[in-house]
Design a protein. Structure first.
Length: 373
């Protein structure tokens, strides 16, 4: 009996290993996902008035998507397999969720555009704890429940802090996720408008300055800020991401470019999406009946690097009524643009936590999307 049990266990292990190596991906301790065809599907629907944007996953629970619904002032929990949804409204009725990310404490941390607080969400039950900002800026009263500190994005996983962009304070902020103490680090130049922040090379966070026409880094240990000028004026840098080699990728919504920053040499490169299209090195994939602004102007927004080494970015996010997700191969210089099934969808932000897909939500398309690659 014992020999039979060992044999059965060995056979099951071999079966699982074979299955995982044969056109499937195994994640989360053996969960199998069959390799899907390349392209975009819309796996869940929300309402048009929700204005869905950022999507995040707990690293130990990749079948549950957490999606911010900005206008609904709500965080949405979606089972990406069953489609089951549950909504968790913010405590502050005028908070307006913005960026969010799971941090080392296991909680989902999010910033509020207008609520003057950082929020910690417990994924076990959706309960939220607010941590009000200790500062004001243009307003003269610190205790207003709504104001213009305007935090847009939050990230971390470089230390025990939630790092965020504070447009209204023209700085980069940090809240310690253990002591809940705040710090603010003013940017060197006025009216820089820090927008998106992500983990950067080494011990840094990287952020875009949409009005400053720069990309910056801040060292989480020394707090040193470095800035890199984007060559094309009025590029409106928005998306930032870091590849496994420490190269920063950025997008310029105004210029229609993507590019790289080498923090060792200081070199900044620009890659014109319009020129790639004109040279014949681009392909459009999807339903040609899908319409949007992306065909005329790429308007690249949030950007991520995939497990395949390719660079992905949404086109025409938020109010620009785009309808494409771009895939750029740094090796071949080829661009593939995937059409969203819904026209004028406004794909908003993009998530690369899955090894075989990019997840995004549609700001004006009322759907949640997934690009399989």
């Amino acid at each position: 009996m014992r020999t039979q049990a060992i044999a059965a266990l060995f056979l099951s292990f071999v079966t699982l290993a074979t299955a995982c190596s044969d056109a499937t991906a195994c994640v989360n301790g053996g969960h199998q996902r069959v390799k899907r065809d390349e392209g975009i599907i819309e796996y869940a629907a929300v309402t048009l008035l929700d204005t869905a944007c950022e999507t995040e996953f707990h690293p130990d629970q990749l079948d549950i998507a957490w999606v911010e619904l900005i206008a609904s002032n709500t965080i949405l929990r979606v089972n990406v397999t069953s489609g089951e949804q549950q909504r968790f409204p913010l405590k502050n009725p005028a908070g307006l969720p913005s960026g969010m990310e799971f941090l080392p404490d296991g909680y989902l941390w999010l910033s509020e555009v207008a609520g003057n607080s950082m929020v910690r969400l417990d994924p076990a039950d959706g309960s939220m704890t607010e941590y009000p900002f200790p500062w004001s800026n243009i307003t003269v009263i610190d205790d207003l429940p709504v104001g213009i500190r305007v935090t847009i994005d939050v990230s971390g996983n470089r230390d025990r802090g939630a790092w965020f962009t504070a447009v209204g304070l023209n700085g980069i902020g940090r809240i310690d996720i253990d002591t809940f103490e705040y710090e603010i680090f003013p940017l060197p130049n006025l009216l820089s408008a820090p927008l998106i922040i992500q983990g950067g090379p080494g011990s840094t966070m990287v952020f875009s300055e949409i009005l400053g026409n720069r990309v910056g880094t801040i060292d989480v240990n020394t707090k040193e800020i470095k800035e890199y000028e984007i060559p094309t004026p009025l590029s409106l840098p928005q998306g930032v991401a870091t590849d496994p080699d420490g190269l920063i990728w950025w997008s310029g919504t105004g210029s229609g470019n993507i590019g790289t920053i080498n923090v060792t040499t200081g070199e900044v490169t620009e890659i014109s999406i319009a020129e790639i299209r004109a040279s014949g090195n681009s392909t459009v994939v999807g339903d040609p009946g899908s319409i949007g602004s992306s065909g005329a102007l790429a308007l690249p927004g949030p950007i991520r690097v995939g497990a395949d080494g390719k660079v992905y970015f949404v086109e025409g996010n938020l109010v620009f009524l785009g309808n494409r997700v771009g895939q750029y191969d740094p090796k071949t210089k080829q661009l593939v643009e995937f059409l969203t099934p819904t026209s004028l969808s406004g794909p908003c932000d993009i998530n690369n936590q899955h090894p075989d897909a990019m997840y995004f939500a549609e700001f004006t398309g009322a759907h949640l999307g997934r690009l399989d690659y």
